[in-house]
Design a protein around this ligand. Structure first.
Ligand code: AMP
Ligand code: GLY
Length: 429
């Protein structure tokens, strides 16, 4: 029996811990730092997810067997390397593979040299050169991306020259996200799909596809967030097909894993493919080096194979021997956020109705001094339901949301609507 420390404290980590808690192989779960919901399943330890030395020291003092590093920042900082050096078994890529997410300049050049389809791009560190390029190019919308981690906020879709120049200046002159450079790339049109995949650096096993809803408000309006809701399941997404899955496998998933290994950066863990289904075929928008949040909350409830067995197979590089199964059902996840998120919001509000609801993953919650759950972050809860079809999964997730309340709670009312609409259109023709 194994003890596992999970690094992170959001809804994604709660979903990971919920499936690991069911594993017959796992005896004890710890989380750093965890949250109010995770506290029901794991011992929460007050160490920040980005504190590499602190997590290594914690793993040693707890004498855990395994450390599962879930968020992007510690992976990009090399937490897995530091833990491996101390003899711990880990889930998550090393620093030299996490760079696929850590640097857009790296990932764009990697795709270009390995013929992996993606938007055309150019890279800049100099503001005047970037502005001259955007003016000469004169094609909008233009996509401007900060070349580093930026909490999902480092991408600006500029509708005209003024917006583009403001974004370039904010990133290269005002250093809004840090002192890295930028990428300017072609705007891709189509349906966005995320595919997460397990990989041991040799074999790649895609999970069911999903679609996140990144904008804060209904109708895909408002600022970008970490994600306000997800629909998932191969049969549930009308824009997905076996043919698209095959194309992704041949042109994107396998070439990515193979090329990373050939470049001495074997990727072990969960690789996130952010994809656009364009008229010219599937193209990669971005790679992430981890489970998505809230994608994990929608997809992990569909996993039928023991997650611990998968972690072990990846660590031992024998993923090819494992038969990984997912249910064929549909899954829907609705995020309840603090009013004002992703900008200013207030925390510390009491959350009621949690006991009446199934499938709730905690993101920004903590227990107050009297042990009651209160809000403690922007995204507060991810309410998930799995059902035979998408309309039922969505209806159940929203029923769950209706049971829960906290002051100024905000959630989108249209999660999955695009998928449902397309489904009814397709049925009509
Ligand atoms: P990223 O952080 O690279 O995933 O970008 C955040 C979001 O911006 C994506 O989920 C897309 O909705 C959008 N986006 C990024 N790059 C492009 C692109 N080249 N064309 C169209 N939309 C994009
Ligand atoms: N939901 C988007 C992400 O995890 O990056």
């Amino acid at each position: 029996m194994q003890s596992v420390l999970i690094v992170g404290g959001g809804g994604r980590e709660h979903a990971i811990i919920a499936v690991l808690a069911k594993s017959p192989r796992v005896r004890q779960l710890h989380a750093a730092p965890g949250n109010g919901g995770i506290a029901e399943l794991a011992q929460c330890r007050n160490v920040a997810a980005t504190d590499v030395a602190g997590v290594v020291a914690l793993a040693k003092s707890l004498e855990v067997d395994w450390v599962f590093v879930a968020p992007d920042d510690p992976l990009v900082l090399g937490m897995v390397d530091a833990l491996e050096a101390e003899g711990f078994k880990t889930f998550g890529p090393r620093k030299n593979a996490a760079i696929l997410e850590g640097s857009k300049a790296f990932s764009k050049a990697f795709m270009a040299r390995n013929n992996i389809p993606s938007a055309d791009y150019a890279e800049f560190t100099d503001c005047d050169k970037a502005v001259a390029y955007i003016q000469a190019r004169n094609s909008y919308p233009a996509v401007i991306k900060y070349d580093g981690l930026a909490l999902g906020k480092g991408v600006i879709i500029a509708q005209d020259e003024a917006e583009a120049i403001a974004a370039i200046r904010a990133m290269l002159v005002e250093n809004k996200f840090g002192d890295a450079g930028i990428i300017i790339e072609e705007f891709l049109q189509g349906q966005e799909v995320t595919v997460l995949a397990f990989t041991d650096g040799k074999t790649v096993v895609p999970m069911p596809p999903s679609t996140d809803h990144k904008r804060a408000f209904d109708g895909d309006t408002g600022p970008n967030t970490g994600g306000m809701g997800v629909v998932a399941g191969g049969a549930a997404l009308p824009y997905w097909s076996g043919q698209i899955a095959d194309e992704c496998m041949k042109r994107i998933f396998e070439p990515t894993v193979k090329a990373m290994a050939e470049e001495g950066r074997a990727f072990k863990g969960c690789l996130y493919f952010g994809l656009m289904l364009t008229e010219q075929g599937v193209k990669v928008i971005e790679y992430n080096c981890r489970f998505g949040d809230p994608e994990a909350q929608a997809i992990l409830p569909l996993l039928e194979t023991d997650l611990f067995a998968i972690m072990e197979a990846i660590e031992q590089e024998r993923l090819a021997e494992l038969d990984i199964r997912f249910s064929n059902k549909a899954s829907a996840c609705v995020v309840m956020a603090s009013g004002g998120y992703p900008e200013k919001y207030t925390t510390g509000y009491e959350i009621s109705g949690l006991k009446k609801t199934e499938g709730v993953f905690h993101a920004g919650t903590k227990l107050d001094d009297s042990g009651k759950p209160v809000t403690s972050g922007g995204r507060v809860l991810a309410v998930t339901a799995v059902a035979e079809d998408l309309p039922t999964a969505l209806a159940r997730a929203y029923e769950g949301v209706e049971c829960i309340s906290f002051k100024d709670a905000h959630y989108r009312r249209d999660i999955g609507r695009a998928a449902l609409c397309q489904e009814c259109c397709d049925n009509r023709v």
